[in-house]
Write a protein that binds this ligand. Structure first.
Ligand SMILES: [Zn+2]
Length: 411
């Protein structure tokens, strides 16, 4: 049996028919639809001589034992956001399944190294606001105390939703046992952005995931009457925040892949007849280079102080969340370039703005690389998310080449 990328597309459509409604994919982790998707997937595995189990964090493992216990891990996630697309996460899993079939056939059920396909639990964090839940349990970076008490929109606690699926969050640390013999991890994903489409390229090697600095910034001025307060007597907190919202474009613009976003601005008292006395803004900054990230953070902070002074306001910062940049394995980056070149002639290297399970695997010290395939219009987390079928086929083929190269590299 040879690789059949068309079968991957057919299976993606089958999964879509089973788990989507008129608004898109509904495979939100820890819901019945997600469990149904996993049952469907388990049936797909039944023809293969794989050992299949769920670990303590409900990550879904299919292992094809090889001559060596050294393992190549191939990963993705069947869970989706509500009203999600048909490819985010599922392409990775179903391409991995096709590759597992090909490897099984080529080596008569006994490849030179062990090959393990993993469907991570709750990559999206759509219900409880905690992304990469299963892969962080695997990596040993899970934050159990903080996560167990998280609640969804209906007030259901994360701990209880997991228990309903047979998972005890206190046993999460046991999932680190799956790291045993893991020698490399590869993941295929849709780009979810417009870069490859703009460049006219189907595929790219992912350099790593960008680090994130996420902060709440509050400007304090003076609430005052909008009719009686002369322009030069105002301490307008929104004016200072607005200057910062524009300045971050200059700050990010000095670096080719950096992004900065002021995603939320709230004004107080927030009425049409008052100068804004207090303005609460958020800032999200991302880059793959830790030095660039630190520089952008410093520059934004200095700019905020300058604008606060100009507007006779004060400013305070508090960190919401941050994560360091994660660079993928240089040896695997080269293999990924080679695989893409064989299928698409040209390759490109780019960082990932979104985080992926691959970041957690890499944090566990396992050599990791990801491959991106172009997204139509750069849209994801939306039912219109799409990738041209010829690009999907190229992605499955190139990803299969990558798997072969990594097996040869490990043996
Ligand atoms: Zn994803």
């Amino acid at each position: 049996m040879t690789l059949d990328p068309k079968r991957t597309i057919a299976e993606l459509k089958e999964l879509r028919a089973l788990t989507a409604d008129a608004n898109g994919a509904q495979r939100v982790a820890w819901t019945d639809t997600w469990l149904k998707a996993r049952e469907w997937f388990a049936q797909k595995l039944s023809g293969l001589p794989v050992e299949h189990h769920y670990d303590a964090a409900r990550n879904n493992w299919a292992t094809l034992p090889g001559e060596s216990e050294k393992s190549l891990l191939i990963g993705g996630h069947l869970d989706s956001v509500p009203n999600g697309g048909w490819l985010d996460g599922s392409l990775n899993v179903l391409a991995g399944l096709e590759i597992l079939r090909r490897i099984n056939a080529e080596f008569n059920g006994r490849p030179p190294v062990t090959v393990r396909l993993v469907d991570w639990a709750d990559e999206e964090g759509a219900r409880f606001g905690r992304s990469l839940l299963g892969s962080s349990a695997f990596a040993g970076t899970a934050s159990i105390a903080a996560d167990r008490v998280r609640t969804d929109r209906d007030g259901v606690r994360l701990e209880d939703a997991l228990r309903r699926c047979g998972v005890e969050i206190d046993r999460f640390p046991e999932a680190t046992g799956e790291q045993k013999n893991a020698a490399a991890y590869i993941e295929l994903h849709i780009e979810q952005g417009p870069v490859l489409e703009r460049m006219g390229l189907p595929l790219a090697t992912v350099l790593g995931t960008k680090g994130v600095e996420r902060h709440a910034i509050t400007f304090h001025g003076q609430e005052a009457h909008s009719g009686s307060t002369p322009m030069n007597a105002r301490r307008d907190a929104l004016a200072a925040a607005a200057k910062l919202a524009l300045e971050i474009r200059t700050i990010a613009g000095k670096h080719p892949d950096a992004v900065c976003t002021v995603g939320s601005v709230k004004t107080f008292p927030g009425i049409v007849t008052a100068v804004v006395g207090r303005c609460e803004a958020t800032l999200d900054q991302r880059d793959l280079d830790p030095t660039v990230l630190a520089t952008m953070f410093r520059e934004a902070r200095e700019a905020s102080e300058r604008f606060a002074k100009e507007e006779r306001c004060t400013v305070e910062w508090s960190r919401i969340w941050n994560i360091e940049p994660i660079a993928f394995d240089p040896g695997l980056l080269d293999l990924c370039d080679e695989a893409i070149r064989e299928v698409a002639q040209t390759t490109h290297r780019m960082p990932s703005g979104p985080l992926h399970d691959a970041a957690e695997v890499s944090r566990a010290g396992i050599p990791t690389v990801m491959m991106f395939v172009q997204s139509v219009g750069g849209i994801s987390h939306n039912k219109i998310e799409d990738t041209r079928e010829e690009h999907l086929e190229m992605a499955v083929t190139a990803f299969d080449r990558l798997a072969s190269k990594v097996i040869a590299y490990l043996r």
